[in-house]
Design a binder for this molecule. Structure first.
Ligand SMILES: [Zn+2]
Length: 457
């Protein structure tokens, strides 16, 4: 085979790949359309059930939807809130953008194109305007990636939008919030969604403060090499780690942090220890808002706490953190529950900050770490302690009859035909209104076998 022949053969192969991939993509789009229509049908069943409820109480009227979303969710191992969102989106897509669903069914656009349609066009209330928008955007979707389509559709919606920027800012501003996004390697993002003026102002203040900290560090006599972005120290209750930098010189702590690191430390410091300048609670609670301190739970293998192993610990039962930070917290900080676990079996050995009345609660928090409805990860400290067998019907207040349930799933259990039982090991058996059962075991803990054979207990 000559090089030319080989090139032709390989190019033919790639052409085949492209055709095959396009066929798979179109099939996926068709399947997605089916999924959307199914979820919309599930929603209309929920609406039918809701119409039969005489009560005007909104939480009660919401129960059919929640129960159906929960049944769909546990059936495919997806969080029920996610399914409920998808049901809402499905109804919006099928009712507001029927041509988009038809295009999905024909395999002409992808799922992500449909997402763009809904995200950018749902704000258009006038049916005629919306239909015109859909027509133009669908035409563009035939030739554009979803990313480029989004930029185009946004601008078009902006032009067609009946509300002024000011009105929309007011609505968007009501949605300002702060949330945490889990990352790998013991890290997490703290994300604040704020009006742009405040976000830039906060960044500017942190930058000015950070520069001041850095120039103070540079002004210190023996801080010659401090401009390199060093490892940086966490601002957590620092046991005095004598700086090992200058061996012979006087023990001077050299600040090697870069500007980014200083800004991050300042943010954490101010949020953990600062006092808001406006405090409506000041005359009602001693210390006001400034006296409220952060509370998190750290699960530490005994060998790590004792320094015999460098295996990591868990924050709030979910997020792996490094051994040094865990030891520092176990040693010093007062606002942390310390949950000691057996290094091999993962059994909870002890939970300290012990007070007799609260011991049971702490044990249940430590065992469950999150809501015990299948698939839910609402952290334990934001859950209720539910009597699995109802207290009013003779259920006892003991650890084998208590389980963490978030508000949402606590009400779901009480207000619908979902039922649950608990065995001696803390396993919950959930039965759906339709009669299917699902077991939720207490949170499995990732276990590390200690390096040295003998454990220190
Ligand atoms: Zn829950």
């Amino acid at each position: 085979m000559t090089p030319e022949e080989r090139n032709i053969a390989e190019n033919d192969l790639v052409w085949d790949f492209v055709d095959e991939l396009a066929a798979i993509e179109a099939a996926e789009a068709r399947l997605h359309a089916q999924r959307v229509e199914l979820l919309a049908r599930a929603m209309s069943l929920a609406d039918t059930q809701k119409a039969r409820i005489a009560s005007t109480d909104s939480a009660q009227r919401d129960m059919p939807l929640r129960s159906i979303a929960a049944q769909l969710g546990v059936g495919i191992r997806v969080n029920d809130r996610t399914i409920q969102h998808q049901m809402n989106d499905a109804v919006q897509l099928t009712t507001l953008f029927p041509e988009t669903v038809a295009a999905l069914k024909r395999g002409q656009i992808s799922r992500s194109h449909a997402v763009v349609m809904l995200d950018t066009g749902a704000c258009l209330d006038d049916p005629e305007v919306r239909a015109a928008f859909e027509k133009v955007v669908l035409e563009r979707a035939q030739t554009l990636t979803s990313g480029r389509l989004k930029a185009f559709a946004r601008q078009l919606a902006e032009k067609l939008h009946p509300q002024s920027v000011t009105e929309r800012y007011e609505e968007a501003c009501a949605d300002r919030r702060i949330y945490v996004v889990e990352q790998d390697d013991g890290m997490a993002q703290l994300v604040a969604l704020l009006p742009a003026t405040l976000a830039y102002a906060i960044m500017d203040r942190l930058t000015q403060q950070g520069k001041a900290v850095r120039s103070a560090a540079n002004a210190t006599p023996s801080a010659g090499e401090s401009d390199a972005a060093g490892s940086g120290e966490l601002p957590i209750p620092a046991a005095s780690d004598g700086a090992s930098a200058g061996a012979e010189a006087e023990p001077q702590v050299v600040d090697r942090r870069g500007l980014d690191q200083v800004r991050a430390d300042l943010l954490a410091d101010m949020l953990l220890t600062g006092t808001p300048s406006i405090d409506p609670t000041l005359d009602r609670r001693s210390g006001g808002l400034g006296a409220i301190r952060a509370k998190v739970q750290v699960t530490v293998p005994v060998t790590t706490a004792a320094g015999a192993s460098d295996r990591g610990a868990l924050l709030n039962g979910q997020i792996p953190i490094d051994a040094d930070t865990a030891r520092r917290l176990v040693g010093a900080a007062s606002g942390f529950d310390r949950v000691m676990t057996h290094p091999i079996t993962g059994m909870v050995l002890a939970v300290d900050r012990y007070t007799p009345a609260a011991e049971q609660d702490r044990f249940v928090d430590a065992r469950d770490t999150h809501c015990r409805f299948p698939g839910c990860r609402m952290p334990a400290h934001r859950c209720d302690h539910d009597h699995t067998h109802d207290y009013a019907k003779g259920g006892k207040t003991e650890i084998t009859n208590l389980a963490c349930l978030c508000k949402r799933h606590h009400t779901l259990k009480g207000a619908t035909d979902w039922t649950v039982t608990q065995d001696a090991n803390g396993n919950l058996e959930w039965t759906t209104p339709a009669g299917r059962t699902y077991i939720d075991a207490p949170a499995p803990r990732v276990q590390f076998v200690p390096d040295s054979g003998s454990a220190p207990f």
